[in-house]
Design a protein around this ligand. Structure first.
Ligand code: NDP
Ligand code: GDR
Length: 370
C-alpha cells in the first residue's frame, strides 16, 4: 500500500485529502505546526491512537521554514507521494507578512524538492505542488489555461510563482516526478473563516439567527471561479497517477462576483437582499424574509463595505479553462456553485445554532480571567 506525506494537513485541503487517501488504503503522514492551542479540528475525526498497531494516519511536528526537520521526516517516511499543501495561504495577509510568506510558500517548496534530491528519492517519490490561479493575477486573457502568462499581484502570488517554477525546474533538471496543480478557488464548510465565502456564510447564518446585526466586506466586484474542495482534492490525487509529470489547471469554468455569492448565501435562509449605492458607499438591505424560522425586519441593513478589506493590488477576474484536465484526466465536478453555497450554509446554520443554544443557556461567555 502506498505511503503519502501531506504538508498542511490541518488545513481545508489537507483534511479532505487525508480522508480521500485513507479511503483509498494509503498510509497518510501529516505535517503539522506546533501551536499553543490544538489546531487539529478538521482532522480530529481521522485521529488514531498512536498506541494501536498498524496506524495509518500519523501526525508529525514540522514547519516549511525548517529544512532539517523536513529532510529528516522525508527520510523516515520514505513517501511514495508528497502533497505540498502547506502555505501562508491568505492573499491579504501576505501583504502584511511578505517575507514570511516568501519563506514558507516559496522556499518551503524548494526545501521539499531538495530533500527528495539529497535523499536520492528522485525515482521513488512523486510531488504535488499546490499552485494557484493567483499566479494569473492581472488579467492577460480569459479564460485562464496552462498557457496563459502569469502576472502575480501579491506577495503570496509571487511566492507561489517561485514555487511553481522551482517545481518545473527540478522536474527538468533532476527528472523528479513533480507536478503543479493550478487550482482555482475552492471552498467548503471547513474553509478558513477569513476567506470571503466562509465569512459570508457564517455572517448570513448568524444574522438569520439574530446573533449578529450586520457584517463588512471589501471589494464586492471581484469575480472568482469557485468550486468545492471535495472535488479538487480528488484531482490532486489524479494528477499524481498520470504517466508523465505535467502541470494542470483545475477550475469550474464559471465565474461569479462576490456580491452574487452574498445574495445566494442569504437566499439559502429565505432572505432576499437589495444592494444600493456604489463603491465604499454600497450596502445591502433585506427586502423580504420568507423562512418560517428566521424573522428579519424588512429594510434592515446587513452589509456595508469597509475599505480596510481592499487589497493594495487586486485580482479582478478569475475564470479557468480546465479543458486539458477534462480531456486527459476526465475531470468533472460533482458540485456546482449552488450546491457549494447550500452545503456551506447548511453547515454554518447548524454551527451557529450551537452558539445560539449556548447563548440561550447562558454559557456563551467564559471569562478565564475573572
Ligand atoms: P489553508 O490555509 O486552509 O491550510 C494551509 C495549511 O498550511 C494549514 O495546515 C497550515 O497550518 C499550514 N501551514 C501554514 N504555514 C505553515 C508552515 N510554515 N509550516 C507548516 N505548515 C504550515 O489552505 P487550503 O487548504 O485552502 O489550501 C491548501 C494549499 O493550496 C495552500 O498551499 C494554498 O495556498 C493552495 N491553494 C488553495 C486554494 C483554495 O482555494 N483553497 C486554491 C489554490 C491553491 P495551520 O493549520 O497551523 O495554520
Ligand atoms: P483569494 O480568496 O484572495 O481569491 O485567495 P479570498 O476569499 O480571500 O478573496 C476572494 C475575493 O473576495 C474579495 N473580498 C474579500 N476577501 C476576504 N478574504 N475578506 C473580505 O472581507 C473580502 N471582501 C471582498 C477579495 O478582495 C478577493 O477579490 C484564495 C486563497 O485560498 C488562496 O490561497 C488561493 O491561492 C486562491 O484563493 C486561489
Amino acid at each position: 500500500m502506498k505511503v503519502a506525506l501531506i504538508t498542511g494537513v490541518t488545513g481545508q485541503d489537507g483534511a479532505y485529502l487525508s480522508e480521500f487517501l485513507l479511503k483509498k488504503g494509503y498510509t497518510v503522514h501529516g505535517l503539522k505546526r506546533r501551536s499553543s492551542l490544538l489546531n487539529t479540528d478538521r482532522i480530529d475525526h481521522l485521529y488514531e491512537d498512536p498506541h494501536v498497531e498498524n496506524q495509518r494516519f500519523i501526525l508529525h511536528y514540522g514547519d516549511m521554514t525548517d529544512s532539517t526537520n523536513l529532510t529528516r521526516l522525508i527520510q523516515e517516511i520514505m513517501p511514495d507521494e508528497i502533497y505540498n499543501l502547506a502555505a501562508m495561504s491568505h492573499v491579504q495577509v501576505s501583504f502584511e507578512m511578505p517575507e514570511y510568506t516568501g519563506n514558507a510558500d516559496g522556499l518551503g517548496t524548494l526545501r521539499i524538492l531538495e530533500a527528495v534530491r539529497l535523499l536520492g528519492l528522485e525515482k521513488k517519490t512523486r510531488i504535488y505542488q499546490a499552485s494557484t490561479s493567483e499566479l494569473y493575477g492581472k488579467v492577460q486573457e480569459v479564460p485562464q489555461s496552462e498557457t496563459t502568462p502569469f502576472y502575480p499581484r501579491s506577495p503570496y502570488a509571487v511566492a507561489k510563482m517561485y514555487a511553481y517554477w522551482i517545481t518545473v525546474n527540478y522536474r527538468e533538471a533532476y527528472g523528479i516526478y513533480a507536478c503543479n496543480g493550478i487550482l482555482f478557488n475552492h471552498e467548503s464548510p471547513i474553509r478558513g473563516e477569513t476567506f470571503v465565502t466562509r465569512k459570508i456564510t457564517r455572517a448570513a447564518a448568524r444574522i438569520a439567527l439574530g446573533l449578529q446585526d450586520k457584517f463588512y466586506l471589501g471589494n464586492l466586484d471581484a469575480k472568482r471561479d469557485w468550486g468545492h474542495a471535495k472535488d479538487y482534492v480528488r484531482m490532486m490525487w489524479m494528477i499524481l497517477q498520470t504517466e508523465d509529470a505535467e502541470d494542470w489547471v483545475i477550475a469550474t469554468g464559471t465565474t461569479t462576483p462576490v456580491r452574487d455569492f452574498v445574495r445566494m448565501a442569504f437566499e439559502e435562509v429565505g432572505i432576499m437582499l437589495e444592494f444600493k449605492g456604489e463603491g465604499v458607499e454600497e450596502k445591502a438591505f433585506v427586502v423580504s424574509c420568507s423562512h418560517p424560522q428566521f424573522q428579519l425586519e424588512i429594510g434592515k441593513e446587513v452589509l456595508s463595505v469597509d475599505p480596510k478589506y481592499f487589497r493594495p493590488t487586486e485580482v479582478d477576474l478569475l475564470i479557468g479553462d480546465a479543458t486539458k484536465a477534462k480531456t486527459k484526466l476526465g475531470w468533472e465536478c460533482q458540485y456546482d456553485l449552488q450546491d457549494l453555497v447550500k452545503d456551506m450554509m447548511k453547515s454554518d446554520v447548524k454551527l451557529m445554532q450551537k452558539d445560539q443554544y449556548l447563548k440561550d443557556g447562558g454559557y456563551d461567555t467564559l471569562n478565564y480571567f475573572e
